[in-house]
Structure formats: C-alpha cells, structure tokens
Write a protein that binds this ligand. Structure first.
Ligand SMILES: C[S@@+](CC[C@H](N)C(=O)[O-])C[C@H]1O[C@@H](n2cnc3c(N)ncnc32)[C@H](O)[C@@H]1O
Length: 276
C-alpha cells in the first residue's frame, strides 16, 4: 500500500528560498500539531517535499500553507500523507529477514522466550505482521511486538491489516502467504492469529523512547531523511531501550557511524548488538 509519492533523491531544486519567512510559521504549526520538527530533516530534500505539497494542495506560499495547517484539516492530512513516506513490504530485504528469522530471533529467544520486539516506524504494518509470522512459525507464543509510527492515519491502516497488495506479499512463499493472508476486496487481510502478537501505538522517534526494554528493535528506512544530529539522537534513544545483548536491525541502505559511541557493535550487515 505504498503512497504514490516518489521519495526525492536529488536533482530538482526546490523553488522555496531557504530564508522564506513562511518557513518558520510552517515549522511552528507542524511542531505544535504533529511533533514533526522540520529542522530535523535534511534541508534540500525537506524543502523539495514542501514544494511538492504546495503544488499538490494548490497553495501559493508557505505562509498560506501555515494558515491551512489546522487540526483535522485536509491540508494537514495531505501533509502527513506526502511528508511521511510510507513505502514498505513484508520481509523487506529478504536475505536480512531470513537471517533475522533463522539466526537472530532464535538466538535471542533462547535467552528470553517472552521476546520483546519494537518495530519503530512501522508504516501500514508490513513489518510488524512479518515479525508476527516469524514468532508464530517459531511457536514463540509469549513473544510480543510494539509497532509505532508518527502518522495516526497509517497506524489505522496497520491496525486494520486488511489492505496488503500482491507486492507486499512478494517476498513470501506461496505457502506462507496462503497461511497468513486472505484475499478480501482486491487486497489481502492478515490472519487473526497474528493480531494478538502486536500492539500499535503512536510515537515520534525524536521524542524520548518508551519505558519498555526490548530484545530486538527494528528501525528501518525511517531516518534516511533526518539530519546526522537527529539520526544520532534516534540511535541513542533506540539503544536506550535495548536490553544488554539486544539487537538493533536497520535498513539495507543505512549504517551507524562509529556505533561504539552508543555502546553498539556491528554484528553483521544491518544488525548491531548492544554490549552485554
Ligand atoms: C518508509 S516507511 C518504513 C516502514 C518500514 N520500517 C520498512 O522498512 O518497510 C517510514 C515510516 O516512518 C514513519 N516516520 C517518519 N518520521 C517518523 C518519526 N519522526 N517518528 C516515527 N515514525 C516516523 C513514517 O510515517 C513511515 O510510516
């Protein structure tokens, strides 16, 4: 269920000037309404995304955008849909997910069969439902997944778990897809057996983390547009929630620079371990 907004990767310049007086107004409105701080995002890409939102909503300036950002307004909904990029799929980056399923989770579960997992930036649920499949297949009935995202609308879709596409399921064998997803109204619905494993909750990764402790934290393809300082802040928060020996799983295009700053060591590509 990815939205149709292509993530800006460079190239086209924004028409918004860096000293545009409307920027401070938009930043304040968004911070108050959503907790999103535009200063935590890489500036050129963030301005291009704002530009795309102005065009899409047919608004003439950032000052007009700021005035239209109100609780429940269509422009605010449009902003959340366009600014937070929701692209995902089940078992995304299949080789790493296979490693997670066959090596990382069994090792962690030997230490704690009541495994606690956090899917941070879970989008419409492909990631936490994938984790629930792994737990269910392994018979880890006491395992549990906290799935969080900043976007309340995408969390509603995740809770429903009923709008998966064939693309979402392309990394699953026919057998697993058939066991855990049922065709319904042109989409696929996640099996009821998976639902008790997951709790969905709204959370901004730039705010202090949940008080819970986790054996495994996934934060994948969420911080790619954040500034280096914001990424470091998120890594610090995520590590704080990991039990000693716990594992942080990041996206395939991501790396953590000098992970020992956070008490992490690289275990193998995409997996970092908190010192025991
Ligand atoms: C590209 S999706 C990644 C989904 C999944 N982790 C994956 O790798 O397939 C990024 C998600 O991060 C969420 N997100 C963006 N900024 C966030 C923040 N500050 N706090 C929490 N979630 C955020 C977006 O709403 C979006 O659903």
């Amino acid at each position: 269920m990815p939205n149709d907004f292509t993530p800006p990767t460079g190239g086209t310049l924004s028409t918004i000037r860096p000293d545009d007086p409307g920027f401070a107004l938009v930043r304040k409105r968004l911070l108050d309404l959503t907790g999103i701080d535009l200063d935590c995002y890489k500036r050129p890409q963030m301005l291009r995304r704002l530009d795309a939102i102005l065009t899409r909503c047919r608004l003439g300036s950032l000052t007009v955008l700021a005035a239209e950002l109100k609780p429940g307004s269509e422009v605010l909904k449009e902003f959340m849909e366009r600014f937070t990029i929701n692209v995902s799929e089940c078992f995304r980056d299949r080789p790493r997910f296979a490693q997670l399923q066959h090596e990382i989770i069994p090792t962690l579960a030997r230490r704690n069969p009541a495994l606690r997992i956090w899917s941070a930036g879970c989008s419409y649920g492909a990631e936490p439902y994938s984790l629930a499949i792994i737990l269910h297949e392994a018979g880890l009935k006491r395992g549990h997944i906290l799935a969080t995202d900043i976007d309340p609308k995408i969390l509603d879709a995740a809770r429903a778990g009923a709008n998966f596409t064939t693309n979402d399921l392309r990394n699953l064998s026919k057998e697993i897809a058939g066991r855990y997803f049922t065709p319904a109204g042109g989409h696929f619905r996640a099996a009821d057996a998976l639902r008790p494993y997951i709790t969905f909750r709204q959370h901004n990764l730039l705010a202090p983390p949940p008080a819970e402790q986790f054996d495994l934290v996934l934060c994948r393809n969420v911080t790619i547009y954040f500034t280096e300082e914001s990424k470091d802040q998120v890594t610090e928060y995520l590590t704080r929630t990991l039990r000693p020996g716990g594992v942080l799983f990041i996206g395939e295009t991501e790396t953590i620079h000098r992970p020992n700053r956070f008490g992490l060591t690289l275990r193998t590509t995409s997996f970092y371990e908190r010192a025991a």
